[in-house]
Every structure is written in structure tokens, then in C-alpha cells.
Design a protein around this ligand. Structure first.
Ligand code: SF4
Length: 333
């Protein structure tokens, strides 16, 4: 029998190349090997956007279209909306008794994100909500509600899986063996750099290429990408490893990569020509994704049905887990 994997993504904007190469490309492969649940984590998105529910709501459909466009197949993978599975919220409450505040604050992922928030909003901790500190608990609920056995993660997310495993062990010790302890399914999860050379591609950084970008947008974005600043004139030799244009040529597997590299190094290639070439390859790369997006955009009823059907399947699974949990906790009145 196929093992179950659970993965998810917050609907806070369209998917960009960072999401694609860091996660969803891998999910497309995994859906053939595993029973796959993909959660559109709208409740988690609200931890940071509680004052902007319209944004989250709009992005649920957008995200579903992005997932379908990259090749997630609803016949193979169950795509569902987190907020529609009330069992996740119930489990979060039950699990909150099994973890201490000190342990949550020690979680390296939480620690890093709190430090980032304090750096942005000031050092008084006023920007850190109870819901934010507790999100590893709700994540444990996400995983266990669907008996997730394997969780595709990168190294940086291992602490969240370990936190979930601790909660499961504690639950099973106190109430009897009920929940499955998930294992991480480590993938390389490469972090994709932004057009400006920033280590991270992100909406707030304004340096992302989105899967939904049209040709004109791609043109503008790539023309503004950071190149080797030592190359002033067209025939100056340059270092491709200091250039984001070369970085993206490599990322999308330009078959002429060696030529780009050698011509850049010996000064026989100008940056404008090099960018134009990248624009062509990027548009070719995005073409099948754009075509699928166009189809789903013009068939919103199909997207709605996929989400409804997926959510129904997920709900049934979570209800069955909840029955066992409540029985173990002696609250099955
Ligand atoms: Fe970058 Fe191409 Fe210019 Fe070299 S020629 S610096 S790889 S854009």
C-alpha cells in the first residue's frame, strides 16, 4: 500500500520560481509514488494576515490554479482547504496541552521567525501573536489529522517535524497508541535567489518571477536583473557566477549554458543579448504552465469542484482520525 504524504502551502500570493524549484516540482513527482494530500493552508496564512482575510480568500483559488498548472493531478493528489477541516482546529486545542511555551520558543524555526519579526516591527515582542508562536502545534494537527507518514521537507523545516513527533509520542504515551509518528522525507529544497541577487526570492522583496507572469512582465523583469557589475562595456570579460542572468540560464537548463559561460568570460557576449536569450528560454519554460493556467482560469467551476472534492476526501479522513482521538481521550460522548 502507498504511504501517505502530507504537504501544504500558504495562500499568500501566486507561486514563483522559488516555490516551483523548492517544492511543487518535487510534489509533482511524489504524487506518483505516494498517497498525496496537499493542504492549502489558509488558516496558517491568517496567522500573519488575520487583518486581511480578503487577500487570503482570493489567493486560495489562485494557489489552486497554480498547483494545477504546474502538474498536480487531482486524480493522484488530494488538494484541500485547511479551514474547511474543523478537526484540525480541534486537534490543535488538544495538542496545545502537550507542549510547553518554553519548548515552542526553543523551536529553531519559530525562533528565527520571531527574530525576523522583531527586527521588522521592533524589539518589544508586541508583533508576536499567540497563534504565531503556536503554529508548530497546528502543523502537528495538519499532519496527524490525515495520518501523514512522510512529510516532504528541507533541512530547515526538520525542527517542525521533530516538534510534531514529540507531540505524537506524548499523546500516545498518555492516551494509548492512536497517532502515527511522521517521518521527514528530505528533499534538497533548493532556495532560489531573487533577480536582485538576494539569497531568497520573495514577494515582499520584489525580486520574484511568478509562474503566472506574462511575456511582457518577464521581459521587464529579466532586463532589470543584476549582472556582474564589473562588466561596463559589451566586450568586457565578466564572471558569470556573479550574474543573476547566468544563474537563471542555469536554473532552467539552457542547453547552451557552456557557450553562455565561455562567451561571458571572454567578453564576446553582451548582457542585453544574454538577457534576450534568457527571456526566450524563460518564456519557453513557462509556456506549458501558462497554457494550463489559461485553461483553469476559463473553467473556474472545474477548479471549484476539484477543491470541493478534495476537501470532502480530506474531511472524511480527518473525521476518522478524530473518532480515534476522542475515544482515546475519553471524550467520545
Ligand atoms: Fe551575465 Fe550574460 Fe552579462 Fe555575462 S554576458 S554578465 S552572463 S548577462
Amino acid at each position: 500500500m502507498k504511504k501517505t504524504i502530507l504537504t501544504g502551502i500558504r495562500p499568500t500570493g501566486n507561486l514563483h520560481l522559488g516555490h516551483y524549484f523548492g517544492a511543487t516540482k518535487n510534489w509533482v513527482k511524489l504524487q506518483d509514488e505516494y498517497k498525496t494530500f496537499i493542504e492549502i493552508a489558509d488558516v496558517q496564512a491568517l496567522t500573519d494576515n488575520f487583518d486581511n482575510p480578503e487577500k487570503v480568500r482570493k489567493n486560495v483559488t489562485e494557489l489552486a490554479i497554480d498547483l494545477l498548472s504546474v502538474g498536480i493531478d487531482p486524480k493522484k493528489a488530494t488538494i484541500f482547504i485547511q479551514s474547511q477541516i474543523s478537526e484540525i482546529a480541534e486537534l490543535t486545542v488538544f495538542y496545545s496541552n502537550l507542549v510547553t511555551m518554553a519548548r515552542l520558543y526553543r523551536n529553531p524555526t519559530v525562533k528565527t521567525e520571531i527574530a525576523q519579526k522583531k527586527a521588522i516591527f521592533g524589539n518589544d515582542g508586541e508583533s508576536v501573536t499567540y497563534g504565531f508562536v503556536g503554529y508548530p502545534v497546528s502543523q502537528a494537527a495538519d499532519i496527524t489529522a490525515f495520518s501523514g507518514e512522510l512529510i516532504p521537507v528541507g533541512e530547515d523545516q526538520l525542527p517542525l517535524i521533530e516538534q510534531c513527533r514529540e507531540i505524537v509520542r506524548k499523546f500516545n504515551n498518555i492516551y494509548g497508541v492512536t497517532l502515527i509518528e511522521p517521518e521527514p522525507l528530505l528533499s534538497s529544497n533548493p532556495r532560489i535567489k531573487g533577480l536582485d541577487g538576494n539569497e531568497k526570492m520573495g514577494k515582499s522583496l520584489g525580486n520574484a518571477i511568478y509562474l503566472a507572469d506574462d511575456e511582457e512582465t518577464i521581459n521587464k523583469k529579466i532586463m532589470s536583473a543584476v549582472t556582474d557589475t564589473n562588466k561596463i562595456r559589451k566586450d568586457d570579460p565578466a564572471n558569470p557566477n556573479k550574474c543573476m542572468v547566468y544563474y537563471y540560464h542555469k536554473l532552467i537548463n539552457n542547453p547552451n549554458l557552456e557557450t553562455v559561460c565561455s562567451e561571458c568570460k571572454n567578453g564576446s557576449r553582451g548582457c542585453v543579448q544574454c538577457k534576450r536569450e534568457l527571456i526566450n528560454y524563460m518564456n519557453e519554460f513557462l509556456k506549458p504552465i501558462r497554457e494550463k493556467r489559461k485553461y483553469y482560469e476559463s473553467h473556474p467551476e472545474e477548479v471549484e469542484k476539484i477543491l470541493k472534492d478534495g476537501t470532502k476526501i480530506a474531511k472524511e479522513k480527518a473525521e476518522s482520525t478524530m473518532k480515534n482521538v476522542k475515544s482515546a481521550m475519553k471524550i467520545d460522548y
